[in-house]
Design a protein around this ligand. Structure first.
Ligand SMILES: Nc1nc2c(ncn2[C@@H]2O[C@H](COP(=O)(O)OP(=O)(O)OP(=O)(O)O)[C@@H](O)[C@H]2O)c(=O)[nH]1
Ligand SMILES: [Mg+2]
Length: 579
């Protein structure tokens, strides 16, 4: 059975024993929210949109014979179908799914005159329910250069990529160029050869071989698996419930491969984290039962006195936890400062030659006969190219460096908080003379890939400089002044770009830190709450009449057994996941 539904069942079973538990609610939320990002890339018209529709068994994203998709579409799960258009100025509009076409296609929204940033589609497909988010991208290598950049910019942020090819014609120049540039990511690539319905079996073998050799050459990998499919037939088959046609479309094989990858790569981390939450919850409950039971031998006075003492201790624990957070914030500030230094280094290294190159182009082109518009286009395009060259890798590097640094800081805090949890349990154990066990775990950071996955700003990059350059280009003024203007504009663009990257990276750190702190505090709070509630109940139990108190103790006995059974199963599952 798949891990996600399995864990859902576990949560349900545990809720019956311990209703209204906030830990269980959180575990469930986590399971629902965590997303696996699957991006579909490839040359225009290879059938990306059709492939996505086939995966989802519904015609959601528009497909056509003409180069079409021009805006990124992000499809994720929801009980009801709807679509939300996000515009460049950040305002949003909810639309009907059937209206997507008006926003995401070159035909209806030429040159993105509607100023769309991206479109979110919410859909109740079973496929998405597993926690997969699918991203449809514009085709690479079409006449719309911007599209290719978009496809590139997505890769670092995704958990897996489907690279779509087709036999008509086999791999072209744009695709090869693309592969050469994204080599570092190809370990998460699935190579799919679409439209097998238009070739004979012999031809198919030939195309597969031909493409395999090219892929080997350009990705540098020896182990290339190609999935030949017909997305169109798969979609038709699914819509008409035609098992025979579905079989012939070969769609099942690639779906299975993707499923396995998703389960292995991403769900494992999430599942382990959810299992840890559940185990901690069970441990807290068992602790609580034990405390209630064992403290019955104390007198009411002595019990109350000890409860008071424990509260005092908890106050000091909370103060220390606050102190830790403060230290964490300081360390994060230091990471920001180091980023600022890196930005300065980049500037010193790259800006002078960028200015020089732009001035060179200016000189060269102003000799030629061309319209202002042609000239502007040329300069903008050059600027785009250089900025992408400078920033794409640098940004990825910085992102990796920061991700590593914050992980160290987070791990330190996690260790300290775990120590505090142990302290709380040990103090309760000795105070009430009960043997209690702390549940501590070393949590892997599931936020890591959240940290990477940041759609918002990726799109922003491609938009800011084009407009700045255009409006400031001083084609009509004297050459000397123009040279100076080129310099100023370049500096300004470079600075703004640095600012953007800085903003993006620090924003991501801020958000993940916030979430991480929250999670750790939760761990500690839940343990503390479990004990304090148990003590309250113990005091109450002590003052109950005999019959009622017997009933309660029986119930405790029964639940303890059930929880121990669940605990064992979850530990088993955790072991399976780690192997
Ligand atoms: N014969 C055949 N045609 C297909 C198949 N899959 C898609 N097509 C056709 O190929 C054309 C392009 O399909 P799309 O899904 O729009 O391709 P795309 O890659 O999203 O195109 P862009 O968004 O323009 O980059 C359409 O006419 C589809 O019907 C297939 O498996 N077999
Ligand atoms: Mg498309």
């Amino acid at each position: 059975m798949e891990i996600k539904p399995l864990l859902k069942e576990k949560i349900k079973a545990l809720s019956q024993i311990t209703p209204n538990s906030s830990a269980l609610k959180k575990a469930e939320q986590k399971l629902d929210e965590e997303q696996f990002n699957l991006v579909v890339v490839g040359q225009f018209k290879r059938g990306k949109s059709t492939f996505i529709n086939a995966l989802l068994s519904d015609t959601i994203v528009p497909s056509s014979i003409l180069p079409l998709t021009s805006i990124v579409t992000i499809i994720q799960y929801s009980d009801t179908k709807k679509a939300v258009v996000k515009f460049l100025d950040n305002h949003e509009e909810t639309i009907n799914v059937s209206e997507i076409e008006k926003y995401v296609t070159e035909k209806h929204n030429p040159e993105n005159k509607l100023q769309v940033k991206e479109v979110y589609v919410y859909h109740p497909s079973e496929y998405l329910k597993k926690g997969v988010r699918i991203i449809d991208t514009p085709g690479i290598g079409s006449v719309f250069k911007h599209n290719t950049d978009v496809a590139y910019s997505f890769l670092p942020y995704c958990d897996a990529a489907v690279f779509l090819m087709s036999p008509d014609p086999p791999l072209g120049e744009a695709e090869i160029e693309f592969l050469k540039n994204v080599k570092v990511y190809t370990e998460k690539f699935f190579f799919v050869l679409n439209k097998i319905d238009i070739v004979s079996e012999d031809e198919l073998d030939e195309v597969v071989e031909f493409n395999r050799n090219l892929l080997k050459e350009y990705t540098g990998s020896d182990d290339i698996k190609i999935y030949p499919i017909s997305a169109r037939n798969a979609l038709k088959a699914k819509l008409n419930k035609d098992a025979n046609l579905l079989e012939r479309s070969n769609m099942i094989q690639i779906e299975r491969a993707l499923d396995e990858f998703i389960a292995k790569e991403r769900m494992n981390i999430i599942a382990t984290s959810v299992i840890n939450t559940l185990l901690r919850h069970i441990n807290n409950e068992l602790t609580s039962y034990k405390l209630q039971k064992e403290t019955q031998k104390l007198s009411v006075e002595s019990l109350k006195e000890k409860v008071e003492k424990f509260s005092k201790f908890i106050e000091s624990v909370r103060e220390e936890a606050e102190e830790y957070e403060y230290i964490l914030d300081k360390r994060i500030d230091k990471i920001y400062k180091e980023l600022d230094e890196e930005i300065e280094i980049l500037k010193e290294k790259e800006l002078p030659s960028l200015i020089e190159k732009m001035q060179e182009h200016f000189k060269e082109k102003s000799k030629e006969k061309m319209s202002t518009e042609e000239f502007e286009n040329f300069m903008t395009q050059k600027m785009n190219e250089y900025i992408l060259q400078i920033f794409t890798n640098w940004r990825k590097e910085q992102s990796d460096i920061i991700s590593e640094k914050v992980e160290v800081v987070y791990n330190d805090l996690a260790k300290k908080i775990n120590q505090k949890i142990e302290d709380v349990i040990n103090t309760a154990s000795s105070l009430f003379d009960v043997k209690l066990n702390a549940y501590v775990d070393s949590e892997k950071l599931t936020q890591k890939s959240d940290f990477y996955f940041m759609l918002e700003d990726q799109m922003g990059i491609l938009n800011i400089f084009a407009t700045t350059f255009r409006t400031k280009l001083p084609f009509f003024i004297g050459k000397k002044i123009a040279q100076k203007h080129i310099k100023n504009t370049t500096v300004e663009l470079f600075d703004r770009h640095c600012g953007r990257v800085r903003y993006d990276l620090t924003k991501r750190v801020r958000e993940t830190t916030f979430r991480f702190k929250d999670q750790l505090k939760d761990k500690l709070d839940l343990t503390i709450e479990a004990i304090q509630q148990a003590l309250e109940k113990a005091v109450k139990l002590k003052t109950e009449n005999e019959k009622r108190s017997e009933e309660i103790l029986k119930e405790i006995e029964k639940n303890t057994k059930l929880l121990l059974k669940h605990k064992e199963e979850l530990e088993q599952l955790k072991k399976q996941l780690s192997t």
